[in-house]
Design a protein around this ligand. Structure first.
Ligand SMILES: NC(=O)c1ccc[n+]([C@@H]2O[C@H](COP(=O)([O-])OP(=O)(O)OC[C@H]3O[C@@H](n4cnc5c(N)ncnc54)[C@H](O)[C@@H]3O)[C@@H](O)[C@H]2O)c1
Length: 277
């Protein structure tokens, strides 16, 4: 039977929360580099009435992304995309962060944008991190937005000597996600589809727990303690925003990035998280 299809990358907590909120009644094709993660999330969701097929895929590979899309098309039209795959600054070297979070996301948005059904909608998960980095020049922003995907990692801004550390690579990747969403929404719009990003603050997931236990653990714990909300959030709260962006209530929202960080970015600029406060 043909079903509307939701593609999910990254069988993590944020992806699962959004898939549970928006993926009922759909075929959910869930790709992850780590097949154990994909199978575990598929089991939880299938035992709760969803229809999830776990598959192995690598966001840093165009071939693998195309494989995921072909698999999805076997079931029906692609109506939704949730891109929740990613690696954080404590999980991988700068080169891998750029290949997965920056290049991989750009390729995924491009390739799904070629086949997304009319009325389709997608979200990609960027991060508050992209908002704390210093402003880029208009030329640099435009390069991140529009450089052809296969040339993206060659731009000057992304060369190893320009990247201070893995956090800087992550910030650049997440800034790039937002710029790609803006450029891609123009193309998605021609197909009658929408694409947006969500920039979360600290959400308790395995990825965030790796950060709490990593070299920047105190930095992150201080960040949620001193943000206006005074706590980290849950993946279900990210799903609340995804529901707005992906449902008809969000019909006028496309090319946008929704910051949801408990006020951490505001506090970083104008409150107790200010670097010299
Ligand atoms: N948790 C947070 O505090 C937080 C905050 C801001 C942004 N984010 C972003 O949210 C997204 C989802 O993170 P999460 O917190 O749900 O993490 P998670 O650890 O629960 O899930 C991430 C998943 O991505 C998979 N993955 C990693 N590399 C991959 C690759 N190359 N190809 C396919 N899958 C791959 C991992 O195996 C894992 O299952 C990431 O992009 C992350 O940067 C998370």
């Amino acid at each position: 039977m043909n079903k509307d299809v939701m593609i999910v990358t990254g069988a993590g907590q944020i992806s699962m929360a959004i898939a549970r909120r928006m993926g009922y009644g759909k075929k959910i094709v869930m790709g992850d580099k780590n097949m154990e993660h994909a199978k575990a999330i598929a089991k939880v969701m299938n035992e709760a009435g969803y229809d999830v097929e776990p598959i192995e895929m690598d966001l840093s590979s165009r071939e693998s992304i195309l494989g995921l899309i072909s698999k999805a098309q076997e079931y029906g039209e692609i109506k939704m995309l949730v891109n929740g795959a990613g690696v954080s600054p404590s999980q991988a070297p700068a080169s891998a962060i750029l290949k997965v979070d920056l290049y991989g996301t750009a390729v995924l948005l491009e390739e799904v944008g070629k086949v997304i059904a009319k009325g389709g909608v997608g979200v990609t998960i960027s991060s508050q991190s992209g908002w704390r980095m210093k402003q880029l020049t208009p030329e640099e922003d435009e390069q991140l937005a529009t450089t052809p995907t296969e040339e993206l990692l060659d731009i000057e801004l992304l060369q190893p000597e320009k990247i201070k550390d893995t956090l800087h690579a992550y910030q650049l990747a997440k800034r790039c996600n937002e710029k790609r969403v803006m450029a891609e929404c123009v193309k998605w719009g021609k197909r009658g589809a929408r694409i947006n990003a969500i920039a979360p603050g600290i959400i308790v997931t395995p990825l965030a727990i790796d950060e709490f236990n990593g070299p920047r653990g105190n930095f992150y714990k201080n960040m949620f303690a001193k943000c206006p909300e005074g706590r980290p959030a849950t993946a279900d709260e990210v799903a609340n925003v995804a529901e707005l962006l992906m449902s008809d209530k969000g019909a006028f929202i496309t090319g946008s990035t929704f910051l949801m960080d408990g006020g951490a970015t505001a506090s970083y600029y104008y409150g107790p998280l200010k670097p010299d406060a």
